[in-house]
Design a protein around this ligand. Structure first.
Ligand code: CUA
Length: 473
């Protein structure tokens, strides 16, 4: 026996050990974050049970067929020096009917529960309380999340209440993606131009892994997300906190980072959707960025990008890729491609093209983002731009929440010009245009940094109040 032949079984054992066995272990280990066996909700549960039912039928068929095969090979093998052919049989009606009918019954046995479950899962049960609606929009390569009717928009981390049914409505602006939270439900393809729905419920609190499950381009494998299932009171507190203003920035890095963010990042990323008008406008704003990108991909400097409101409360970064902490965030902002090959941030954004962000700038932007957290519930006296007080007082609140990151109320420039005495530069119409169409009227010596469409995030009343306040400076 030569060496190669001797090694063959060893080689195949190695192959099994290093390929098939780990795959089986990972797939079947209930503890694995993306295992479909360690389920945490009724939909995934039913689907796993159906899989196990079909699996055992398949095992039975496998054992019977292979058993018959091995039996025949051994029993009817050629013996001794007998060269004669065995009896040649052509056709056996009884046998053919049997092996046609048996699979028909097996397939019926599989089809009945499968079809029933497909129909059962179409709608959430009607007798288990109200259903929470969440709208999901898949982008290359991140997830836009909206809570319709709640004025809450976020990205990549989906909060849901434990024990309540959730109906996800799925959209895509670009290519086909697939929404999959293995521990909660099977996957659903998201096809551009088509609106699809999937229901699920979490039976226990947890931070569940999600993954795009349809190849959608370069960063497909890193188009992940998380579902955070929380006790109902905790979920409601999160929802409320997303509508509260951010805490005041503390560190000098964060304060410097705010202006850097406004000048370099805010054209694509929002941080202000805690205000209802901005939240309501976010979908339109992102759709605008997306179509601006499609109109001129060659020279594009914008694209729909994840909403970053209260980003400091998140746990992950880069669409569920890595833990959110200062070190990772700095690395991400400095060189996003190192963490997520294919992300368009570096390819499109002007500061990367011009190589204009210093390592200090990056550190300060990261400090700003990490300090973006909502104020405590009892700290909200009057919502910014609220309905009490004089027009000038309401305008001052709107200014503090929307404009103060880039404009001082004195003469000093921040990112944009200081606004003291702005009324001497033009009339109401001039101020209004400066807010609504920032590109049309730029004060000499300042960059066109103010996000276009900025004014559309304000209601008509907020805009009137803001103009009244600005004129008072
Ligand atoms: Cu989106 Cu794969």
């Amino acid at each position: 026996m030569n060496l190669r032949r001797l090694l063959r079984p060893v080689r195949s054992r190695f192959l099994f050990l290093f390929t098939v066995a780990p795959a089986l272990l990972v797939a079947c280990n209930k503890e694995d974050a993306q295992s479909t066996f360690g389920t945490s909700g009724p939909i995934a549960d039913t689907q796993a049970n159906l899989f196990i039912f079909i699996f055992w039928i398949a095992v039975l068929v496998f054992v019977l067929v292979q058993g018959a095969l091995i039996y025949s090979v051994l029993k009817f093998r050629r013996r001794g020096s007998d060269d004669s052919l065995p009896a040649q049989i052509h056709g056996n009606t009884k046998l053919e009917i049997i092996w046609t009918i048996i699979p028909v019954f097996i397939l019926i046995a599989i089809a009945i529960p499968t079809v029933k479950i497909i129909y059962d899962h179409e709608e959430p049960p009607t007798n288990e309380g109200p259903v929470l609606d969440i709208s999901i929009r898949a982008h290359q390569w991140w997830w836009e999340i909206e809570y319709p009717g709640e004025d809450v928009v976020t990205s990549n981390e989906i909060h849901i209440p434990v024990g309540q049914w959730v109906n996800f409505t799925m959209h895509s602006d670009d290519v086909i993606h697939s929404f999959w939270v293995p521990k909660l439900a099977g996957k659903l393809d998201i096809v551009p131009g088509d609106v699809r729905e999937i229901n699920m419920k979490a039976d226990e609190a947890g931070f569940f892994f999600g993954q795009c499950a349809e190849f959608c381009g370069e960063a497909h494998a890193k188009m992940r997300f998380r579902v955070k299932a929380e006790e109902p009171a905790e979920f409601q507190e999160w929802l409320d906190s997303m509508r509260r203003p951010p805490v005041e920035l503390v560190s000098s890095d964060a304060i410097a980072g705010q202006s850097l963010f406004a000048a370099n990042c805010s054209t694509c990323h929002s941080t202000n959707t805690w205000q209802a008008p901005a939240a309501r406008n976010e979908r339109t704003r992102l759709a605008g960025l997306r179509s601006a990108y499609l109109d001129n991909q060659e020279d594009a400097v914008v694209i729909a990008a994840p909403n970053l409101t209260h980003f400091g409360t998140r746990e992950t970064l880069g669409a569920g890729l890595i833990d959110l902490n200062a070190e990772n965030l700095i690395e991400w902002i400095a060189n996003p491609d190192d963490i997520k090959e294919g992300t368009r941030m570096k390819e499109l954004a002007v500061p990367y093209r011009n190589n204009s962000l210093s390592s200090d700038d990056v550190r300060q932007i990261a400090a700003y983002l990490l300090e973006l957290k909502p104020v405590a519930a009892d700290a909200v006296m009057e919502p910014a731009g609220g309905s009490s007080g004089t027009a000038i007082e309401r305008g001052a609140a709107t200014f503090a929440g929307n404009c103060s990151g880039c404009h001082s109320t004195g003469a000093d420039p921040v990112v944009g010009p200081g606004l003291a005495g702005v009324s001497s530069r033009g009339d109401d119409a001039y101020i209004r245009q400066s807010i609504v169409e920032p590109g049309a009227v730029i004060v000499d010596g300042f960059p066109p940094a103010m996000p276009s469409g900025f004014g559309t995030t304000l209601s008509t009343e907020q805009l009137d109040d803001l103009i009244a306040y600005l004129k008072s400076l």
